[in-house]
Design a protein around this ligand. Structure first.
Ligand SMILES: O=C(O)CCC(=O)C(=O)O
Ligand SMILES: [Fe+2]
Length: 314
């Protein structure tokens, strides 16, 4: 199982000796060591209803002015109310999504790789050309959504374009082996993402859960859609207008699960400052933020995140 992920560098894990992502061996060891497992009706893990995330059709962005504006409003509203939404007609073909999954099936490990490394690959083998196509389109999508979210706050987002570079954005392919202790075991521990926003593709297995109105809910998988979630940096920049919401992955008892996440991250020297005054958070550089997260995970075992950077009156 993975701890709160730090997408910007090496992963921070609950068990530093276990590889990234959770391998079957890790689960087996835990399972064997566990004399007593938590009952399945333990409240935290009781079976929950699957909810569909707000679904936004990005085709509308290419229609007339009023359709485009209403689509942008939907994006901003979902980012405020849910911190999560799903998009269709996102520009990534079903063939590419399926190819990515098929290729993931043949890998034994997870990949965590910067966009510049992907784009710098020679593209000769099948794997890198699919990954390259996916990464190129997904990064354009992330930028487009970031532009819309900035615009809805009354700002032009040159800032994000200039600071989120191919060398600072990451693609991670996650593989979650079946886990006999599911649903008591997390594939990824509850966390928020330390980026501006994340574009996630999950397969049909399900397991992603998020907090909505103080309760954990399970996300109904839609393999045709891409899930977008707001990260801590957008929450800080928007002064809490957009929400970086806690989420986790519960492992599946029988089936392997795959997901791909693209993290829109700036360079470490980028200063994050609220676009509205009075600001809820102090100014901080992304490097400082990342360092604080790593320190907290190391010392406390979990990430504190944005509350560390609140201005004293809050
Ligand atoms: O695999 C998933 O569905 C979620 C992954 C995730 O939250 C992350 O990598 O930050
Ligand atoms: Fe995440």
């Amino acid at each position: 199982m993975m701890n709160a992920p730090d997408h910007t560098d090496q992963r921070v894990r609950m068990d530093e000796s276990s590889p990234d992502p959770p391998f079957q061996e890790t689960y087996k060891t835990l399972f064997n060591n566990l004399t007593q497992t938590a009952p399945k009706n333990f409240p935290q893990f009781s079976v929950m209803e699957e909810i569909e995330l707000p679904l936004i059709d990005l085709n509308k962005l290419d229609l007339g002015d009023s359709e485009r504006e209403s689509c942008k409003k939907q994006i901003a509203r979902a980012s405020q109310e849910w911190g999560f939404f799903q998009v269709i007609n996102h520009g990534i073909s079903v063939e590419i999504l399926e190819k990515m999954r098929r290729e993931q099936l043949s890998w034994s490990e997870a990949f965590h790789v910067s966009l510049s490394d992907i784009l710098g690959s020679d593209g000769l083998d099948n794997l890198s050309s699919t990954m390259e196509q996916y990464a190129t389109t997904v990064s354009e999508l992330a930028q487009k959504l970031a532009d819309i979210l900035a615009e809805k706050m009354g700002h032009k987002s040159v800032f994000i374009k200039e600071t989120c570079l191919p060398s600072t954005c990451y693609l991670r392919m996650n593989r979650y082996p079946p886990c006999p202790m599911s649903p008591q075991m997390f594939g990824i521990m509850p966390h928020t993402d330390s980026d501006f926003l994340t574009v996630l593709h999950q397969d049909h297995i399900g397991g992603l859960q998020l907090v909505k109105d103080g309760k954990w809910i399970a996300v109904k998988p839609n393999p045709k859609a891409l899930i977008i979630n707001i990260g801590d940096l957008f929450q800080a920049w928007s002064n809490n207008v957009y929400k970086s919401v806690e989420h986790r992955v519960v492992a599946n008892e029988l089936k392997e699960r795959y997901s791909t996440a693209y993290f829109l991250c700036p360079s470490y020297d980028t200063v994050i400052q609220s676009c509205i005054e009075p600001s809820v958070y102090k100014r901080f550089s992304f490097g400082e933020y990342r360092q604080q997260v790593q320190e907290d995970v190391k010392c406390l075992g979990y990430k504190i995140g944005l509350p560390r950077f609140l201005v004293p009156s809050h």
